[in-house]
Write a protein of this length. Structure first.
Length: 80
């Protein structure tokens, strides 16, 4: 099955809505969404939600994203 890739505007809208529905603040949802889009090789909404569930406060955002990047490198493979 082929799914079209999101452009950033679509990704941002869907991801922040999901994160706000999870109870995160607008700031936290924004930071997670932008960081996932910019830092992960294959960003997707599931990454954002997973990180959002790990974040207890704003200080955790950077660490959670770094952990997700490391997990991707170790277990997700690198597409060339």
């Amino acid at each position: 099955m082929y799914v079209n890739k999101y452009d950033f505007a679509q990704f941002y809208e869907i991801s922040t809505k999901k994160l706000l529905d999870e109870g995160l603040s607008q700031y936290t949802a924004d930071e997670i969404t932008k960081s996932v889009w910019e830092q992960l090789p294959n960003p997707n909404i599931r990454n954002c939600v997973q990180i959002g569930r790990l974040v207890k406060n704003e200080k955790d955002i950077e660490r959670a994203i770094a952990d997700e990047i490391q997990n991707f490198k170790e277990y997700g493979g690198q597409e060339e």
